[in-house]
Design a protein around this ligand. Structure first.
Ligand code: TMP
Length: 204
């Protein structure tokens, strides 16, 4: 097999969309096809990023602090994990990236979209995912899925109107840059979603 060309793929969606379940399977399918795959997540992915995740998911803070901590964790993640892996021609699959900051801190919490663009431009001026899979699901369905969780973090405890705004924020990002996204109908059954993902894997 010729050396692999790297790829940076991100998974996005509101809490309860089911993306994390599908990510593990998607990565395994790519590995079976011979790709060297790194699976990672945000906030997190590095020791410092995981410490920041703990704080972000549990402590109350202002939206500006929240956004800056998300991007601080991201900068660490890019420098320590994402860029080295891409340079080594690996495929990086990240459970969330900057789209989540626009959707959650921007649309969800009302932070100025332009300020987020400045942070994005500062933290990763020359890096964007090659492909983003947006797991789109009606908020009522996502909340129903979350209802089975024993403990909910600070974001998951938000009300339905917050998630409606987050979902709208993702749609806005898709509209701004449609060629980067594939929108997955995540309201379907696991098997039907897998069929959608299989088609994407073939196209890759
Ligand atoms: P997860 O539940 O998908 O692991 O993500 C953790 C939470 O962090 C999720 O509720 C979304 C939130 N989040 C943001 O608010 N902004 C961000 O930039 C990222 C990466 C995640």
């Amino acid at each position: 097999m010729s050396p692999d060309k790297n790829k940076f793929i991100t998974f996005e969606g509101v809490d309860g969309a089911g993306k994390s379940t599908h990510l593990a399977w998607f990565a395994e399918m790519l590995r079976q096809r011979g790709h060297d795959v790194v699976v990672t997540r945000e906030p997190g992915g590095t020791p410092l990023g995981e410490q920041l995740r703990e704080i972000l998911l549990n402590q109350t803070m202002s939206v500006g602090t929240e956004a800056m901590l998300m991007f601080a964790a991201r900068l660490e993640h890019i420098e320590q994990i994402i860029k080295p892996a891409l340079l080594a021609c690996k495929w990086v699959i990240s459970d969330r990236f900057s789209d989540a900051s626009f959707a959650y801190q921007g649309s969800g919490r009302g932070m100025d979209w332009n300020k987020l663009k400045q942070l994005e431009q500062w933290v990763h001026p020359d890096l964007q995912p090659d492909l983003t899979l947006f797991f789109d699901v009606p908020v009522a369905v996502a909340r129903q899925r979350l209802a089975n969780n024993i403990s909910l973090d600070r974001f998951e405890q938000e009300q339905a109107d917050f998630f409606e705004r987050v979902r709208a924020g993702y749609h806005k990002r898709v509209q701004e840059n449609p060629h980067r996204y594939v929108v997955i109908d995540a309201a379907q059954s696991l098997e039907q979603v897998k069929l959608q993902l299989e088609k994407i894997i073939v196209s890759l």
